[in-house]
Design a protein around this ligand. Structure first.
Ligand SMILES: *Cc1c(COP(=O)(O)O)cnc(C)c1O
Length: 247
């Protein structure tokens, strides 16, 4: 699989890429014997400017994923006129930025410690908001990746009911950055196993549905392993020229 989609500059490029991505998701679902309505496409808009985000909105996009909180917050403010547009923060969060996320995000996919959970909950309570939360697990074992260790994930999730404004709904991961299926798929399979275990052994039971996994280069394998949300940037908006952000 390749991620070398040229930069999508106009409405038609973006619409074309969205449709192509939906077709690729449907094909991956057919291959996996799954119903495509079980897999959500979350467009990832990091480094994409407001003009192109508005074109994506015009093409029907109503949720956008951003890995940097500050960038997401600025885009939320400048696009506040699009009242039904939801923001999903998908990248690591420092405790001191939790209050920003609490203000505007509808989902947070990268919870990996109790301090952030506590900071989010405190702020959400005072704002009278709630937040869908996915716990990020480091399934690749790489030191450069964020996320709770697989062996610690259950214990973290078991402590989250203390934070009443967090709606814990699943797990998220970034696979090993490799083009080898045999290297990438085990990361996704491990996330699914952990999710299934949590359905049994945490107070969340049936609520822990989400598996947020798979990006432009590896979404088809993630769908094979049960992904319910794929986070796709470059295949929609084109190759990023900016340096790769921390994962
Ligand atoms: C950038 C990013 C993605 C999307 O990656 P693409 O290669 O652009 O599809 C997915 N998840 C996270 C956490 C990201 O930071």
């Amino acid at each position: 699989m390749t991620t070398s989609t040229p930069a999508a500059l106009g409405f038609e490029d973006i619409q074309h890429n969205l449709n192509a991505m939906r077709a690729r998701i449907a094909a991956a679902c057919a291959h996996a014997g799954r119903d495509p309505s079980e897999v959500r496409l979350l467009p990832v808009t990091k480094t994409v400017d407001e003009h192109r985000l508005r074109l994506a909105y015009a093409a029907g996009v109503r949720q956008m994923g951003e890995n940097k909180v500050q960038e997401a917050h600025e885009k939320w403010q400048s696009m506040a006129d699009l009242a039904d547009l939801q923001w999903c923060v998908i990248g690591h969060l420092q405790t001191n930025k939790a209050k920003l996320v609490a203000e505007f995000a509808s989902e947070f996919h990268a919870l990996d410690n109790l301090r952030v959970a506590e900071a989010l909950d405190k702020r959400l309570q005072s704002l009278g908001r709630s937040l869908k939360v996915l716990v990020q697990v480091n399934t690749s074992g790489e030191a450069s990746k964020f996320g709770v260790e697989p062996a610690q994930a259950l214990e973290l999730v078991q402590q989250l009911p203390a934070f009443g404004s967090l709606q814990v709904c699943g797990l998220m991961t970034l696979a090993l950055n490799s083009s080898e299926e045999s290297q990438v798929r085990p990361c996704f399979a491990l996330l699914r196993q952990l999710r299934d275990q949590m359905q049994q052994e945490t107070p969340y039971a049936g609520q822990m549905r989400e598996l947020s996994m798979g990006m432009s280069g590896d979404f088809a394998w993630a769908i094979q392993e049960g992904a319910t949300t794929v986070r796709v940037g470059q295949a929609i908006f084109g190759a990023r020229t900016a340096p790769a952000a921390a994962r």
